[in-house]
Design a protein around this ligand. Sequence first.
Ligand code: GDP
Ligand code: GDP
Length: 465
Amino acid sequence: MKPLVAVVGRPNVGKSTFFNRMIGERLAIVEDMPGTTRDRLYGDTDWNGRVFTLIDTGGLELGSGIPVGQVGLTGQPGDLMEHVMSQAHLAIEEADVIVFMVDARSGITASDEEVADLLRRTKKPVIVAANKADNAARRMDAVEFYSFGLGEPIVISSIQGVGTGDLLDRIVEELPPLSEMEEEEDEELPRIALVGRPNVGKSSLLNAILGTERSIVSAMPGTTRDAIDTEITFEDRRIRLIDTAGIRRRGRVGVGVEKYSVLRSERAIERADVAILLIDASEGLAAQDTHIAGEIHKQAKGVVVVVNKWDLAQEQRRAEREGVFPHPDDEIQSADEYRAIIAEGLKFIPYAPIIFTSAKTGYHIKPLLEAALKVADMRFLRVPTARLNEVVQEATRRHDPTTMRHKPLKIYYATQARVNPPTFIFFVNDTEGVHFSYERYLENRLREAFSFRGTAILIQFRPRS
Ligand code: GDP
Ligand code: GDP
């Protein structure tokens, strides 16, 4: 788990210059998000052995929806201030450490004061960075920033790269201790995360789940300072729902928080065994859904795809029976069509069960939890080595790997090295000789024999020593 460091401050103080310097080109996460003025908004960096995620809040479209660096159509500077304050609010909610950047050249402005007022009220660590202190005189002037009452300002010049090391030292000092960031490994509860873009119904679904019979709810702190998990009991099994606080809180801050929610869902996925990926039935499969599914796949997690708001589809069918047909643009696909759309759009996770739910009416909430638990169990399935090798032998007999490449490949034997995710090691004569399609073939044979429904499985090839 990586702690989150947010850089806030009014436009033009040099946030993105600093950010780009820290993140550089190599580690940057580039994502296209409409409405953002910059393409790079967060990325990982490390200093003295601590890795953390740095966020440039300046590029987020918040509050009035006006990107930073621009005034509103009305030309009202108020719009801009609203934006800056929204950044600060977000940082207070989401970040582990807040860097408050000001401009040593211009000194304290009214906007700075306003942000400082807000930041003084948070218990989170705040570090004042006085940027653009390019020469000795400016560095002297920067003492005025003491008056914020937020501690000693760190004097930097992002352009020259002067003082940034001191700032990083301070950031690392304020990060939560590593021990706090580590997951308590003794917990054997299945960990399930609800993920999806804003408005698909995550918080409604969470409430529907919490409302199911016999669920005993208890909140427990997650690994980062802001994460709250919820433990429920469902059909006599305890389940840990990951980062329910994030789900609850989302949506409150208004437009533009999508960026944060993407990051937040990535972190929830990281901590989960199984991700429940929500899709809005009335909207079809969006690019952002595919993106999140890709993240689940990349992290080799279990997954259940949920087509939520299914009551709207049911309502449409009822209306159709009475001769009322929707406009083609508003038409909600049938379940079969949805299965096809998902099979095509999310073809990299063909093993994912698909469930149609309504958080509103409670439709299929129980089958959803049952499916998620089954997937969690599949993650812990351990295949006996003898049985595994029978399956592998049969597979190689039916489809000889030597025909896949010019070099003859030999598979000697296979073993399951670990669970969660199920990971198989194949000992071979030549790891280079394994064609991707043959790996896929082996995966499919393993799935046929042992199911592993809903979870990624990993296959590795090692030379036999
Ligand atoms: P943001 O709106 O806070 O992200 O600010 P930018 O990073 O876009 O920077 C605004 C302007 O300040 C740009 O023209 C930068 O080149 C300039 N700038 C940033 N850091 C420094 C610095 O350390 N010294 C000087 N002199 N200019 C800087
Ligand atoms: P989140 O942003 O993913 O947490 O989404 P919310 O739970 O806040 O839901 C967004 C909107 O969709 C709200 O207006 C909900 O009432 C509505 N909604 C959520 N689930 C359903 C559902 O199953 N059916 C219908 N008709 N509306 C839903």
